[in-house]
Ligand binder design. Structure first.
Ligand code: ADP
Ligand code: MG
Length: 701
């Protein structure tokens, strides 16, 4: 295929299953198209009369493309997406049918969604929540259905999903950022949009081996598994060349994502064997969140077609790196500026420094919220485990930028590496080359040239919560700065004084060194007094502190009741995950592992007995059989202890107490049991061991 045809195919494929802006323009009367555009841009509701026309056009388009159903697609608090499909079917006369889809059906849906977690916001007898069309995210076709992105809330108005708060936080940030732009004399921008590019890590393993492991099938991670002789020590996988089977998978994945209008752009091998990454081009936060959910789903689907299984768990394998999701975040105004670009005139430089200082202050004041946005049972295996940033939040800005803000703090001139000096707000600051800011991979929140990269999130997480929190925190800080400076008679002077104060009070959150080191842990906790919320049960209560409630209520992002509900849902989820993992371990030991060890022991004993009958001393058999007996006994006993502890968990109060019990007691016992099973694995013949080994799982694709 020539490059030209390939390119043509690519642009033909891209977005072909999306009811995009251009499809809309083509298919809708001009005035209707314009109203929808307005709705998209300003977030105002759509006139019902117009909704009918739009729905009909959507249906015709979808049916032409072979769709038979439509579904409201939403993101409940479980963190995955939900859908219920209805056919475009209405019975007509004489047994015929009409294909119909009304504006009402487009705009509002009523899934019987009583089984989604609501954290007590909704009792089952009044269970009906409803879904409301989100016109800012385009409808699309997948698997024969027209998907309509929606928000999900209860009839009493509480939000029950992850999308609504994200949309609210984007609006709030826009309002506050515009106030700052106005202070700098900008009269053209009317909207500031937050943008996100989430880099997604994943593992690909052979489906046939996946199917042989109950732990992977049920929990998404291996609960047992001795270390392979070769792991990631040689560092030969990172950016290594991509094997044919994986490359075929990636090619089809890209194409499927492009069809849905997802800007899949970069793909490469990651650090661990069998680990890979996909990064899209950034887009508006809410679209990026929808797209990331779709990306995860399509990754799994396409893998099955290739006889592979895509693991999105944060820590599928002990001893090799787990998977994260770097969330690149920035803000851009609709007059074309990236607000985190340092700019190339003194005024732009100062505006950039204002946004930068707001972020630094926000991260310092609300570090626990950022930490909790990445809290989950799966991600607890990563944070602070020398492969992901520690559980301590800090900000990396690079040494050049640090020198700039130091000069700002002290009211001195900034001198660059080549000994030129610059007065901030008067001179044009030099470019900060990207590579001076991008080399530190150990910081949880790193400035990378024209955006921040939040690196704590786990691979399976929705990006919505993190982004809702970042947007709201930054909005609060921008609001404070605007409150202080609106009406100032000496703007630049007052601004510089305010920024100097912010830097003085909040620079403790800035750290440019190695975030994985023990010295940092020591310094962060003991000298800088930064919070170190090690596990999920430590982090989640931070959602409902008075400061957090005040912040989210001030901007109408969450009410206190909604925050409490979310905390409850997340704590319960944590306990449930550990409960399922513990039960899976018990099941695997009793039905597979122990019987296998016993059979193998019998073979060893039989061989020994045969040798004895011939008068040969069975030295090896005796020793091995005693070792295996001792190990089996250990496995048997530790499993019984684990079972007792899981049973005892039922008596704990739901919520925090139970989650702490699972962490301190159940999880600790799971580790004990795992250690002895893994030791046993290394002494049992491969012909008997009932589970594919780490080597098989990690190196067979
Ligand atoms: P890396 O060195 O981490 O691979 P890249 O520059 O390739 O960095 O970007 C990584 C991700 O950051 C991509 O998804 C990219 O689209 C995203 N990104 C770039 N600019 C922005 C921005 N202004 N806002 C949000 N995300 C961005
Ligand atoms: Mg990156």
């Amino acid at each position: 295929m020539s490059d030209e045809t390939k390119n043509k195919n690519m642009s033909e494929i891209f977005g072909c299953n999306v009811f995009s802006d251009s499809v809309m323009r083509e298919r809708l009367p001009k005035d209707i198209y314009r109203s929808v555009r307005r709705t998209k841009k300003l977030g105002c509701p759509l006139d019902p009369a117009i909704a009918n026309v739009v729905a009909n056009a959507m249906k015709d388009w979808a049916v032409e493309k072979g769709a038979t159903h439509y579904t409201h697609w939403f993101q409940p608090m479980t963190g995955v997406t939900a859908e219920k499909h209805d056919a475009f079917l209405n019975p007509a006369e004489r047994g015929s049918i009409l294909l119909e889809f009304s504006g009402k059906e487009l705009v509002k849906g009523e899934p019987d969604a009583s089984s989604f977690p609501s954290g007590g916001l909704r009792s089952t007898f009044e269970a009906r929540g409803y879904t409301a069309w989100d016109p800012t995210s385009s409808a699309f076709i997948k698997d024969g259905s027209l998907y309509i992105p929606t928000a999900f809330c209860s009839y009493t108005g509480e939000i029950l999903d992850k999308k609504t708060p994200l949309l609210r936080s984007m609006d709030v940030l826009s309002q506050q950022a515009l106030r700052i732009l106005r202070l700098f004399g900008n009269t053209t921008a009317t909207r500031v949009t937050t943008t996100v590019g989430p880099e997604q890590e994943y593992f690909l393993i052979d489906k046939k081996y996946f199917d042989m492991r109950e732990d992977l099938v049920i929990t998404g991670r291996t609960l047992f598994g001795a270390k392979p002789p070769k792991g990631q020590e040689l560092e030969d996988h990172y950016y290594g060349n991509i094997k044919q089977r994986v490359s075929d998978y990636m090619k089809e994945l890209d194409e499927e994502l492009w069809k849905l209008g997802i800007y899949a752009k970069t793909k490469h091998n990651e650090v661990a064997p069998s680990q890979h990454e996909l990064a899209p081009v950034f887009t508006d936060s809410n679209i990026a969140a929808d797209h990331n959910q779709l990306t995860m789903e399509i990754m799994k689907k396409v893998a099955i077609k290739h006889g592979l299984y895509c693991l999105l768990h944060e820590k599928p394998f002990a001893g090799v790196n787990g998977s994260g999701k770097h969330t690149n975040w920035s803000m851009s105004s609709n007059d074309g500026q990236n607000l985190l670009d340092p700019g190339d005139c003194p005024q732009d430089n100062l505006q950039f420094l204002t946004f930068l200082c707001a972020i630094v202050k926000g991260v310092h004041e609300y570090a626990p919220l950022l930490r909790l946005s990445a809290a989950s049972a799966g991600n607890d295996h990563r944070l602070g485990a020398n492969e992901a940033p520690p559980a301590i939040v800090s900000v990396f800005i690079g040494s050049e930028l640090e020198a700039v803000i130091e000069a700002l703090e002290n009211g001195t001139k900034y001198s660059s590496g080549d000994n030129k000096t610059f007065e901030i707000g008067v001179d044009v600051l030099p470019d900060f080359p990207k590579d001076t800011t991008d080399r530190n991979r150990t910081s949880p929140f790193a400035f990378t040239g024209n955006k921040f990269e939040f690196r704590m999130l786990g691979s399976a997480d929705s990006i919505s919560c993190t982004n809702t929190i970042i947007n709201t925190i930054v909005a609060e800080e921008l609001c404070q700065i605007a409150d202080e400076l609106e009406g100032s008679e000496n703007f630049v002077g007052d601004l510089k004084r305010l920024l100097a104060k912010i830097i003085r009070e909040h620079k403790a959150i800035i750290y440019n060194g190695n975030g994985y080191s023990d010295e940092w842990l020591e310094e962060a906790v003991n000298v800088r007094h930064l919070p170190n919320l090690v596990s999920t049960p430590d982090a989640l209560p931070e959602y409902i502190t008075p400061e957090s409630v005040r912040l989210f209520e001030k901007f109408h992002v969450y009410t206190e009741a909604e925050l409490r509900a979310r905390t409850e849902v997340l704590l319960e989820n944590y306990s449930k995950v550990l409960n399922i993992e513990a039960l899976t371990m018990i099941d695997m030991v009793r039905k597979k592992i122990l019987p296998a060890v016993l059979s193998y022991t019998k073979t060893v004993c039989d061989t020994g007995a045969s040798k004895s009958a011939l008068g040969i001393d069975p030295v090896v058999e005796k020793e091995l059989a005693s070792k295996l007996s001792a190990l089996s006994e250990g496995i048997y006993r530790e499993t019984a202890v684990l079972e007792e502890k899981v049973i005892a968990a039922q008596d704990k109060a739901a919520g925090l107490e139970m989650s702490r019990y699972y962490r301190d007691v159940v999880f600790a016992q799971m580790q004990t049991l795992r250690a002895i099973v893994d030791e046993t694995e290394t002494s049992v013949s491969e012909d008997f061991w009932p589970l594919p080994s780490y080597t098989t799982l990690l190196f067979s694709v």
